[in-house]
Design a protein around this ligand. Sequence first.
Ligand code: IPE
Ligand code: IPE
Ligand code: MG
Length: 247
Amino acid sequence: MPRHVAIIMDGNGRWAQLRGKHRTYGHKAGAEAVRAAVAFCRKRGIEALTLFAFSSENWKRPEQEVSVLMELFFTVLKREVKKLHKHNVRLRIIGDVSGFSERLQQRIREAEQLTAENTALQLNIAANYGGRWDISQAARQLAERVAAGQLRSDEVTETTLGECMQLADQPAPDLLIRTGGEHRISNFLLWQLAYAEFYFSQVLWPDFNDREFAAAIADFSCRERRFGLTSEQIQQAILDTDVTAEE
Ligand code: IPE
Ligand code: IPE
Ligand code: MG
């Protein structure tokens, strides 16, 4: 079982267009699929779920689509946060929230504060998020500490930089799912996905259901994660842990 699953929820626009509807209709349907994915993770005991909802590049879309997405984000937050809290889900928004309206920022803060102590599932929503933004904001934090004399430049390492990245307090994603048929990362968690297993689904996001999610998990469970080691080393490590477990 993966501890942390990340999902690029792609294909809302095409899902709507296939039905002769406006793209925004697909985004509304996509919000329902989010609810199902969260419930799936709770039932399966997955610790963390990170969903890509809006990229830093998505601002370039037609103004009307962007404003519908912002409004949807606002209403879904309002509607769902009590239910999430009831189900002991902890919510966090990752991304540059300063790009949002003050009203939306306020709602985000309230939702995060309300759910801050919850422990059943960590739900991260990536909104106005870009992997390059994440790396550069981390670099900026370290640069400021170096300039202030609190850190030496030779202390800028993978560890200290990693500590400044979004999600640093959570295990790295084990599994990345992208729906909608594209085989690309689209500036999602560039740093954090270094050793994630990738799973691509043809299914458009609003059609992504428990069966599709279970298929992704089943595929993941057949992978051998080697982290740079050889297969023999991995097999030996598994034997060693089995022996320790028996003792
Ligand atoms: C993903 O679906 C949702 C967002 C990017 C906000 P799309 O809107 O990208 O749907 P397609 O890929 O155009 O079908
Ligand atoms: C990635 O989807 C972003 C989200 C799912 C929020 P896009 O539809 O924006 O990605 P590209 O443009 O096809 O790479
Ligand atoms: Mg898309």
